[in-house]
Design a protein around this ligand. Structure first.
Ligand code: GAL
Length: 417
């Protein structure tokens, strides 16, 4: 597969550079999965920024939260020798495409603009390979948030839960009143977004590191992991009957409309809140997922450049420069719900949730509790991630016991290694 990708992509380079002389034009075709209301608004910010520099934007959106469908589409485009100019990638995918030797080298731009000094080390680790900058970070998302409809909580005399026991108590009370406690979309990446929160919330940062980042078999097979699946089973009881296959933004919409009380989701949900004209931190409360205060799960959206011909390199560099500019990082992330991927952008324009995210990022970086998200491609290579998704989702949608889930997790992880 590897060499096929390479041959096809090189054929594309040759083809494009011949035709490129005839149509020397500044444009970029960008493959991404930002199709919800808030996400599309964020794409609009990027498109406008580029247009100001005379680079036109050819949109290649592939719907599907978390980027699964987009990943398949990107592989197909590369395999057919027709890669896009740039593509949205999560951290581990940057590593994997880098190993294919297909990503454009952005080091000259990065050096000129001093990216090294402003991008946090944890993000740089995914962008820089063998000393070369091969991807440009757009944002820092935090998946371990709990979003709460403030009115629903107030009307029912509830306080935001700070650990999983409190969460269960609150959710039981809501359920007893016929209110959907948790808005959820039953898709593997969404199930695993919750799983990440439960592993971190019940086990703490060291346990998350051992089990998820190091795949330590003792941690994976521990009583704590059995309790994680017990909690997942409880959560299954708090979602409505129509959760299966629901898109994440429709689940967010349920919380915004008061049709459900809470959602466990990354801060792209904040993009939907802002788009709906509601106030994050006021109408919709943001609290760290139960038991995860002090830790920061992260995922970053990167853009990486694919080989589409020498005549496109200038436009690719302009895209990279645009994305890294402090003014763009501010404008884009205000709409997207995330925070800037550079440390020198002020937080003054950000709402309470964004400011908390910025402050928590610094604390977590210093404490060693800034941890890559499994659900969002910053913990394990795609094969292992997929194996873990399968077990989490299979358990969530069946009556599999917690002990059997733990055994299946170890087995699947070992088979995927
Ligand atoms: C994440 C991505 C976010 C957001 C979300 C839902 O993986 O990093 O930018 O788009 O998926 O689609």
């Amino acid at each position: 597969m590897r060499s096929t990708f390479k041959k096809m992509a090189l054929a594309a380079v040759l083809g494009a550079s011949v035709s490129g002389y005839a149509f020397a034009q500044e444009s970029v075709e960008v493959l991404h999965w930002w199709t919800s209301g808030g996400e599309a608004a964020a794409v609009g910010v990027l498109k406008e920024d580029l247009q100001k520099q005379g680079v036109s934007w050819q949109d290649m959106p592939v719907a599907g939260g978390g980027g699964e469908a987009a990943t398949t589409a990107l592989k197909a485009r590369v395999a057919s020798g027709n890669p896009p100019t740039a593509a949205q990638l999560l951290g581990m995918a940057v590593n994997e495409w880098s190993e294919e030797g297909l990503l454009g080298d952005l080091t000259p731009v990065a050096t000129k603009e001093g990216w090294d000094k402003v991008v946090p080390g944890a993000i740089k680790a995914f962008a820089v390979h063998d000393g070369k900058w091969e991807a440009v970070p757009v944002n820092i998302h935090r998946p371990n948030w709990l979003w709460i409809n403030a009115k629903v909580f107030k009307d029912n005399g509830l306080q935001p839960p700070t650990n999983w026991d409190e969460f269960n108590t609150v959710a039981e009370k809501l359920k007893a009143k016929g209110i959907v406690a948790l808005a959820h979309g039953g898709q593997p990446w969404q199930d695993t977004t919750i799983f990440d929160d439960v592993v971190l919330g019940l086990g703490g940062p060291d346990f998350y590191r051992k089990a998820i980042l190091q795949l330590d078999e003792t941690a994976l097979g521990s009583d704590t992991m059995v309790k994680v699946f017990d909690q997942m089973r409880k959560i299954r009881g708090f979602v409505d009957p129509n959760f299966s296959g629901r898109d994440w933004n429709l689940a967010t919409g349920m919380v915004l409309k008061g049709e459900a009380a809470m959602q466990l989701m990354g801060d792209w949900a904040k993009g939907e809140i802002v788009k709906a004209g509601l106030k994050p931190g006021v109408d919709i409360l943001c609290v760290t997922a139960p038991g995860t205060e002090g830790s920061f799960l992260f995922n970053t959206d990167f853009f990486a450049m694919f080989p589409v011909g020498k005549d496109k390199v200038d436009a690719q560099n302009k895209l990279a420069t645009s994305v890294m500019s402090p003014s763009f990082q501010e404008a884009f992330n205000l709409v997207k719900g995330s925070i800037p991927a550079r440390t020198d952008v002020s937080g003054t324009k950000f709402d309470a949730c964004g400011q908390k995210s910025m402050a928590d990022l610094k604390t977590a970086e210093a404490a060693g509790t800034l941890l890559g998200s499994l659900a969002h491609g910053h913990a394990e290579p795609s094969g292992i991630q997929r194996a873990m998704f399968d077990v989490v989702t299979q358990h969530f949608n069946s009556d599999m016991s917690s002990k059997d889930a733990v055994a299946a997790l170890i087995k699947s992880v070992n088979a995927a290694k």
